[in-house]
Each structure stands twice: as structure tokens, then as C-alpha cells.
Design a protein around this ligand. Structure first.
Ligand code: NAD
Length: 253
């Protein structure tokens, strides 16, 4: 119950899915959590009243000003920042030949530039504090390219996040700042549920069974939240720059 006792965390994209579950888990494990998302009403729906360790805060990850305000709020409340989980991300499904320059740039902005802004914002606080842990959320599509003619900007941005992770891990190790990256396979969250498919239907689909050999062939928000938790915690104190697929074995294929 106390794996994050004494830690202060900022988590992005906490309205739904992995971010929502991570905010709950981190708070249960003793962290003070600035749970953020771009829409306050959705944040409140999922997290209001869950724990006194959680403060809700509006943060559209595309905004440098909102990043600065979020960091300032965490420090005002709790005096420091130990952990950043760059969870928020959005897949903009669009075939490459149909993609516009605007769509491409928005995909990069949401899934790579925003994470850069977050990292750039929190590192000075972590340096002052003597260290920290940054966890980035990529996607298996970063390793394979999205296969169904799907989301070229998204998978390219998520691949860029790998290089950014390694850059940060190497260059800020001297400051005791760790930076790691997780790669979800198919995970049943709002991003999937909004298409009206149940967990069981999706888990039994030919795509899920073929590409995720480990039953139930589909992940859930808990699988991701526990991966974030481990990398964020001092249990991973000598782990930096690593790639962690959380994907029921899809990376073997
Ligand atoms: N679900 C999957 O199968 C899957 C697979 C690979 C990678 N991922 C990645 O996992 C992460 C979490 O995804 P999820 O499935 O929980 O998605 P989700 O759609 O359930 O949640 C995404 C969250 O990000 C928030 N968000 C969207 N735009 C934002 C913005 N501009 N600023 C701040 N917050 C914003 C949403 O409000 C929501 O809280 C994302 O980075 C996603 O790319 C998901």
C-alpha cells in the first residue's frame, strides 16, 4: 500500500482509461497526485472524491502555459515534483495518402511535442529536488508502424518518444532523473470502448488472438497502471532508458 509514500506525481490524461486508473493506484500507494486532463468535467466524473491524495487540475498537454501552471500547483500544494507520467495520447486514425499537413502536425503535437513540453517543465523541479522519475507512454505501433493503414502521425510520434526517452535518460542521469517508456499493446479503455465493442468481443477477435498470444489477448487499464507504478517507484531506482512492452507478448511477433 505504500509503494509511493512521500512522492508527488503529475499524471496526464486522467479522465479515462490508463490515466484514470493510474491516478487511483498512485494515490492508493501513498503518492500525492496532480491528476490532470484537458476537460475538467470528465476528470471530475471519474475521480472526484476518490482520495484526499488526489488534486484535479486542468492541463491540455499541448499548452506550455498550462504545463507551467500544473507544475506550479503541484509545488504549491506539496513542495516538489518526483514523478511525471506522460500518459495522455490520442490516435488520429487516417490513411497516409489522406493525411493533411494539419492532421500530421496535430498528431505529432499531441503525441510527441506535448510530452517534450511536460519533460522540459518538470526537469528543473526534479533537479532542484535531487532526482525524479519520468514515465512515457508510447504504443506498440511505434515499433511496428500501425498495420491497418491506420495512423501514420501517431505511430511516428510514438516512435519519436522513444528517442526522447533515451535522450532524457542519458543526459539527466547525472541529476538522478530516470526516464523510461512503456508500449501498450491493445488495451481495453475508453479509446476502444467508444466504438461500442465489449472486452470479450475484442479479446476474441482474430486480431487480438493472433497478435497477443497471452490470454485474454487484450490488456486492461490495471495492466498499464501497474507498469507505470513500478517504473515510477524507487523499486526501479537503477532502471532508466528502458523499453517496456505491456502487450501479452505481441512484441514477440
Ligand atoms: N488503449 C490502447 O489500446 C492503447 C494502445 C497503445 C497506446 N495507447 C496509449 O495509452 C495512453 C492512454 O490511452 P487510453 O487508452 O487510456 O486512452 P483514453 O482515450 O481512454 O484516455 C486518454 C486520455 O487522454 C486525455 N486527453 C486527450 N487529449 C488530451 C489533451 N490534449 N490534453 C490532456 N489530456 C488529453 C483524454 O481526456 C483521456 O483522459 C495514450 O498515450 C495512448 O496513445 C493506448
Amino acid at each position: 500500500m505504500n509503494r509511493l509514500e512521500g512522492k508527488v506525481a503529475i499524471i496526464t490524461g486522467c479522465s479515462h482509461g490508463m490515466g484514470l486508473r493510474a491516478a487511483q493506484l498512485f494515490a492508493d500507494e501513498g503518492a500525492k497526485v496532480l491528476a490532470t486532463s484537458w476537460k475538467m468535467e470528465n476528470l471530475k466524473e471519474g475521480l472526484e472524491g476518490y482520495s484526499e491524495n488526489i488534486e484535479l487540475f486542468k492541463l491540455d498537454v499541448r499548452s506550455e502555459e498550462e504545463w507551467a501552471a500544473a507544475a506550479k500547483r503541484a509545488v504549491e500544494l506539496w513542495g516538489k515534483i518526483d514523478i511525471l507520467v506522460n500518459n495522455a495520447g490520442v490516435s488520429n486514425k487516417c490513411a497516409l495518402l489522406d493525411e493533411t499537413l494539419e492532421g500530421w502536425e496535430e498528431g505529432l503535437r499531441l503525441n510527441l511535442t506535448s510530452q517534450f513540453l511536460g519533460i522540459k517543465t518538470v526537469i528543473p523541479y526534479m533537479q532542484k529536488n535531487g532526482g525524479g522519475s519520468i514515465v512515457n507512454c508510447s504504443s506498440l505501433t511505434a515499433l511496428v508502424g500501425s498495420m491497418d493503414n491506420g495512423a501514420p502521425a501517431y505511430c511516428s510520434a510514438k516512435a519519436g518518444l522513444r528517442a526522447l526517452t533515451r535522450h532524457v535518460a542519458y543526459n539527466f542521469a547525472k541529476d538522478h532523473i530516470r526516464c523510461n517508456i512503456v508500449y501498450p499493446g491493445s488495451v481495453y479503455t475508453n479509446a476502444v470502448a467508444k466504438y461500442g465493442v465489449s472486452f470479450e468481443q475484442m479479446a476474441q477477435s482474430p486480431f487480438a488472438t493472433q497478435f497477443h498470444p497471452l490470454p485474454p489477448h487484450l490488456g486492461d487499464a490495471d495492466d498499464m497502471a501497474y507498469a507505470y507504478l513500478y517504473l515510477a517507484s524507487d523499486e526501479a531506482k537503477w532502471i532508466t532508458g528502458v523499453d517496456l512492452p505491456v502487450d501479452g507478448g505481441a512484441n514477440i511477433m
